[in-house]
Design a protein around this ligand. Structure first.
Ligand SMILES: C[S@@+](CC[C@H](N)C(=O)[O-])C[C@H]1O[C@@H](n2cnc3c(N)ncnc32)[C@H](O)[C@@H]1O
Length: 249
């Protein structure tokens, strides 16, 4: 992996006040250029962590629902778009079509930077090579052609919805949801991790819904249990003891 070249593709993030950090699997993560900010991913491997926590949640959700299921994906924290690309690729490969894909990001410039990449993938070859060379694809050569041809359609399929908040949860219908909950920790995004908020969100989920996040807290565990989710008590990534992967019964 030529990290120097990969990092050169991310100079526009630097201009917006972020620094890139190389993680152990060769992929990059971002951090605001201030001393009190947290990196977006584990330094043990940004893409590997995303595939483990959120990619496996997509797999579980698709395996446990039929191809004609209608559902919404709620991806909280667009960030660098790893979860968007992972989920979209898996959905395409599995022939699920009846879904709405909503991605939430409170920092609008991060959405613009991600859109720039999916609208012109040829300008960011090292970024997209990360995905092609990952476990998302088995036959790298032919898959890469398919990948470049389809990734542009992600910008048409995905709806960018701004910040995820209580007002948005209130507006949700009762429906099947795949929730990729990656909008930072309870320290940084406190309101999203309260029992009040989580309970309201989980009540909107119909059976078959799936909730995944890199962390596990007592409040979240209780809210899942009270809302009939089966929590698989999945091990956390790298140094983290536990993550969360739960399905509504
Ligand atoms: C851990 S990063 C997300 C990484 C991302 N999933 C990826 O694949 O690269 C967390 C992101 O959540 C965003 N965020 C924080 N609070 C939010 C909220 N209430 N709604 C939407 N996004 C939020 C932050 O701006 C940040 O970009």
């Amino acid at each position: 992996m030529k990290t120097a070249i990969l990092q050169e593709e991310f100079l526009d993030y630097f201009d917006m006040g972020y620094i890139t950090l190389k993680t152990e699997d060769g992929s990059l993560t971002l951090k605001k250029n201030s001393s009190d900010s947290e990196p977006m991913h584990s330094l043990k491997g940004a893409l590997t962590e995303s595939l483990y926590i959120y990619g496996e949640a997509v797999d579980l959700f698709l395996e446990s629902n039929s191809k004609d299921s209608s559902f919404d994906i709620l991806s909280l924290g667009t960030g660098m778009g790893y979860n968007e690309i992972i989920a979209f690729t898996k959905l395409l490969k599995s022939n699920f079509f009846d879904y709405n894909f909503k991605s939430f990001e409170s920092e609008t410039h991060l959405v613009d930077l991600f859109l720039k990449r999916i609208e012109s993938p040829d300008d960011f070859p090292e970024y997209f090579k990360l995905f092609i060379n990952s476990s998302l694809f088995d036959r790298k050569e032919s898959d890469s052609v398919l990948f470049y041809n389809t990734i542009k359609s992600l910008s048409e399929k995905i709806e960018f919805c701004g910040a995820f908040n209580e007002a948005y949860v209130k507006s949700l219908n009762y429906k099947k949801y795949l929730i990729l909950f990656d909008a930072y920790s309870s320290k940084t995004s406190e309101s999203l991790w309260t029992n009040f908020f989580l309970d309201k969100l989980l009540k909107k989920c119909a059976p078959g819904s799936c909730f995944a996040t890199y962390a596990s807290t007592g409040v979240l565990k209780r809210a899942l249990k009270e809302n009939s989710f089966y929590n698989k008590n999945k091990a956390g990534f790298a140094f983290k003891r536990q993550s969360t992967l739960a399905v509504k019964l």
